[in-house]
Design a protein around this ligand. Structure first.
Ligand code: FES
Length: 149
């Protein structure tokens, strides 16, 4: 490789390194909300899932609710306008807080994984995640925290 090629390829590589993190950040950004705590659970607006698509309305596949009222966050997956799951982000192996990544949650401690319904897909955890009933109305989603499964 001559000097000219080295400089040209080197600049391309440097540009890739400089731009890649910005692209990755925008692709993987996660929306965190606090929701509204009520006596029996948590309420949020369906519009929290809205995001900008290419010319049409698009929706995030999940959002995370962090609220001082509870120790672990809740990950809410959206499957359709009327179908959601609410998952307690506490690993059932030893209690580490999970990380959501697309359609699954992963434990940073020992690598357990759970799907977007809360079912274990990879150990060492052998129990599914705690889930909460989700009641959907016109504009709201209510997470009933009195009950769990
Ligand atoms: S605490 Fe999550 S896999 Fe061990």
């Amino acid at each position: 490789m001559n000097r000219r090629n080295f400089i040209a390829h080197g600049c391309t590589a440097c540009l890739s390194i400089a731009v890649a993190p910005a692209l990755l950040t925008s692709c993987t950004s996660t929306r965190y909300i606090t929701g509204n705590m009520e006596k029996d659970g948590l309420r949020l607006n369906k519009s929290e899932f809205k995001t900008k698509g290419k010319g049409s309305q698009a929706y995030l596949s999940f959002i995370i609710v962090r609220n001082d009222a509870f120790k672990y966050p809740i990950c809410i997956y959206r499957f359709s306008e009327t179908d959601y799951t609410a998952l307690w982000m506490r690993c059932t192996h030893q209690g580490t807080e999970l990380q959501a990544s697309g359609d699954f949650l992963q434990c940073p401690a020992h690598g357990s994984e759970f799907n977007n319904k809360g079912q274990v897909t990879n150990g060492p955890a052998d129990n599914n995640l705690r889930t909460f009933p989700v009641v959907v109305s016109n504009n709201d989603i209510f997470i009933d925290m009195r009950k769990q499964s």
